[in-house]
Design a protein around this ligand. Structure first.
Ligand code: PHE
Length: 337
């Protein structure tokens, strides 16, 4: 048995055959086990002798199997090392890197400017109630100014917000009378416009609101000047033109000096030297009341700007629809800006 086993083991060339032989000789039903099991039938003199021999044989077989197993393991490791070798000289696979959308980028820049002035960022729902979108902003039902912003109504009382101004009311109510309140609110707004180069049924606004004791129009003007100089450069100037919004009084439209021509007149500013960028004003007393403030104790200013408009001007883009078409040739240009 010993000679036969060692002979067969020597010829084994793969791990499967080795484990088969291991079972064959040493397993529960293996040949050696059978011999050892038969020991009971032997006489007292024979037993230790045969036992000794059987144990020697088992030892020898086990040693050879262990040796073989080790050799197979070494081979397996070597084979795996060979097949898993990485050729570090091969050129890497290029991954297409994502980049920030220009509107997101401009929004973040604007946010940064106001965060630097101590403002907090607020948000509100895009599906809004008539109350927050109009009523609380001093636009009662049948007010003609509601037509300024043709709306998408979902029900009689619920619509897609037409501006970010409803967040003014929400932020004031959340502040519970606390002053100063300084927030900006970026977000999507919706209007029933036919899409063209300068209009879109959906676009982005950033609302600003400051409420506190003795907030004045000069604070508004100074804040906006700071802002445009941070966005467009130190030499940028602003001018305020009287305007009308139901939720601010007085109201103004703000122009910046045209960055393209420096004020001398070009295509971009329609040869006026000025470009309109936002609407603003002193918060109407009724709006402060709707927000839970006493207009005899606090005043405030608010402004609202279109992000697309700011971005169009900043990058000299001629069609608002570029922002929504997801053409990578367009979007890719802003990776380096
Ligand atoms: N909500 C106004 C608009 O969408 C902009 C605005 C905001 C004007 C705040 C004044 C104050 O046109």
């Amino acid at each position: 048995l010993r000679v036969e086993a060692l002979e067969r083991l020597k010829e084994v060339s793969d791990p499967n055959a080795l484990s088969e032989l291991k079972v064959h000789y040493l397993g529960k039903k293996g040949q050696l086990t059978e011999i050892l099991r038969g020991m009971g039938a032997l006489s007292a003199e024979e037993r230790p002798v045969i036992g000794q021999v059987a144990n020697d044989v088992r030892g020898a077989i086990e040693a050879v199997i262990a040796e073989k197993q080790e050799a197979f393991d070494r081979e397996e490791t070597a084979r795996r090392l060979r097949s898993e070798t990485i050729d570090v000289t091969l050129p890497g696979k290029k991954r297409a890197e994502g980049l920030i959308h220009p509107l997101t980028k401009v929004t973040q820049e604007i946010e940064d400017v106001f965060l630097g002035m101590g403002y907090e960022i607020a948000e509100g729902p895009e599906v809004e109630t008539d109350f927050f979108n109009f009523e609380a902003l001093n636009l009662p039902k049948n007010h003609p100014a509601r037509d300024m912003q043709d709306s998408f109504y979902l029900t009689d009382e619920i619509l897609l917000r037409t501006h970010t101004s409803p967040v003014q009311i929400r932020a004031m109510r959340a502040a519970n009378g606390r002053t100063p309140l300084k927030i900006i609110c970026p977000g999507k707004v919706y209007r029933r416009d036919d899409d063209d180069a300068t209009h879109s049924f959906m676009f982005h606004q950033i609302e600003g609101l400051v409420v506190g004791p003795n907030i004045r129009m000069s604070d508004l003007k100074g804040t906006l000047l700071q802002f445009v100089q941070a966005m467009y450069g130190k030499n940028t100037q602003i001018r305020l033109r009287p305007s009308f919004f139901p939720f601010t009084e007085p109201s103004a439209e703000v122009d910046v000096t045209c960055a393209q021509c420096g004020g001398s007149g070009c295509r971009m500013c329609k040869h006026t030297g000025w470009i309109e960028i936002l609407g603003c004003g002193m918060v109407h007393p009724k709006v402060l009341e709707y927000g839970g403030y006493d207009p005899k104790e606090v005043t405030g200013f608010a402004f609202g700007m279109g992000v697309e408009r700011i971005a169009l001007l900043k990058y000299d883009i001629d069609d608002i629809r570029h922002f929504y078409n997801n053409d990578l040739r367009f979007l890719g240009q802003f990776a380096r800006m």
